[in-house]
Design a binder for this molecule. Structure first.
Ligand code: PLP
Length: 441
């Protein structure tokens, strides 16, 4: 006969085994100093730097909270939000109570819609079974690294590049292998660079096209040569196409046209303007789909169910028409901000052909772009993210200790932008005057 559980008679403060559980209002057994933790963090934590843009965002938010006007040119997210059909679909899904988990690879209807879009947009036949829906490209890239990167394995990537890439690799005990790239290759990888940097420990390559922070793309044929070279070495190619929809010069073509063995990621964050909805996807080779599914099941269970239901409406003709109009607006902003930065004394060595970034050289004003960003934030109330990189030699720099380039985003409304460059110019002029004054005997 099972014993009846006497609820309410258990003394939670002294369970068998002597562990003391917290009781509301009572002191815990170990609460002397909340910062005094006596177990070590995993070593990889020390190798992962903060995401600097998020750190600067905190400072800008603090200034704003103190009543200072701040014009945000910092974080890579559109000022647009999801179009009406997507918001309506979200509301319908919430009201219908679609809040349970989906399968790890995502809703069948969403995977089908994404696959169809590859056909309509890029002329590629795509089996929905190759699509794994994820919580943004961030989860997609970490899932890909989990699946492909063994401890100690090296992964080639550009420097400058999206800063989290090296940390996705490090998180799975791989070794990021930055390749210094400069204006001569539009800050992108080439086959020649891949060949000269590939070594016995290299397992693959991770590229983005168009890229963050430079907004430049790899020419389609060159991308094919990169894929071919990695393939010839038995390596993988991961292509981050999160900004592919925001291409301004040529009709965009997906790297997937270069073979079914590629791993490609994309997201609803940028072209679809849904950063906070946390939704993206991977396209994986058919043969690897079940391995990716197994990992996704364990690591994340699934992406947000409500966001998945809503995202199906991103592919409605009305939504797509709005996205295309907004893409034109981003192009217009690029055409404004790049010459404006140049006029303000911040050369942009390569005109971006996609995304919403401009990679400017601030070495004439400062040898520390982080400091330069903070000073502009304090003096001009303008905030843009800076990345620490060397411009003169573009030597490999995985530790971010060289500092002469800055990234500016054009993903914010244009109206303050005119004020921005004036203020930037004023701040730069004041800076130049201050420097001249301190140089005087
Ligand atoms: C190149 C690149 N990849 C991936 C991401 C992550 O995007 P999300 O996780 O929002 O899809 C970003 C975000 O800025 C990015 O710039």
């Amino acid at each position: 006969m099972p014993q009846k559980l006497e609820l309410g008679t258990i003394d939670l403060t002294e369970p068998p085994g002597g562990v003391v559980l917290p009781v509301a209002g009572a002191p815990t057994a170990y609460n002397a100093d909340p910062m005094d933790i006596r177990y070590p963090l995993a070593q990889r934590t020390a190798q992962i730097e903060p995401f600097h843009v998020m750190e600067l965002t905190k400072r800008a938010a603090a200034l704003e909270a103190a009543g200072r006007p701040v014009i945000h040119l910092n974080i890579g997210e559109p000022d647009f939000t999801a179009p009406e059909p997507v918001v309506a679909a979200l509301e319908r899904a919430a009201r219908a109570g679609h809040t349970q988990y989906t399968t790890a690879t995502g809703l069948a209807a969403l995977r089908e819609a994404i696959a169809r879009d590859y056909g309509e947009r890029y002329g590629l036949e795509m089996a929905p079974s190759r699509i794994v829906v994820t919580a943004g490209a961030s989860a997609a890239l970490s899932l890909a690294c989990c699946a492909l990167v063994d401890p100690g394995a090296s992964v080639l990537m550009t420097d400058p590049g999206y800063p989290c890439n090296r940390h996705f690799v490090t998180a799975f005990d791989g070794v990021p292998q930055p390749v210094a790239v400069g204006p001569e290759t539009r800050f992108q990888l080439t086959r020649a660079l891949l060949e000269s940097n590939w070594h016995a420990g290299t397992r693959g390559v991770l590229v983005a096209s168009p890229a963050n922070p430079t907004g430049t793309s790899i020419p389609f044929d060159e991308l094919g040569r990169i894929v071919e070279a990695a393939r010839a070495r038995g390596g993988f190619t991961i292509v981050d196409e999160i900004y592919l929809g925001l291409s301004y010069e040529n009709a965009p073509r997906s790297a997937l046209a270069h073979g079914d063995d590629l791993i490609v990621t994309n997201s609803f964050s940028k072209y679809f303007h849904m950063t906070g909805w946390r939704l993206g996807w991977l396209v994986v080779p058919e043969a690897l789909a079940s391995a990716f599914e197994k990992l996704a099941q364990n690591l994340y269970i699934c992406a947000s169910t409500l966001a998945q239901h809503a995202a199906i409406a991103c592919f409605d003709p009305a939504s797509l028409a709005e996205y295309e109009a907004r893409r034109n607006e981003f192009r217009r902003r690029r055409d404004y901000i790049v010459p404006a930065l140049r006029n303000a004394g911040l050369p942009v060595p390569v005109t971006p052909d996609g995304a919403f970034y401009a990679w400017a050289d601030c070495s004439a004003h400062s040898d520390d772009s982080w400091q330069f960003a903070l000073e502009l934030l304090e003096s001009a109330f303008m905030f843009r993210w800076c990345r620490a990189r060397t411009s003169a030699t573009m030597t490999r720099c995985a530790t971010c200790d060289c500092r002469t380039r800055t990234r500016w985003t054009g993903c914010r409304r244009p109206s303050p932008a005119s004020g921005v460059t004036c203020r930037a110019a004023n701040a730069l002029e004041a800076d130049a005057q201050r420097r001249a004054a301190t140089r005087r005997p």
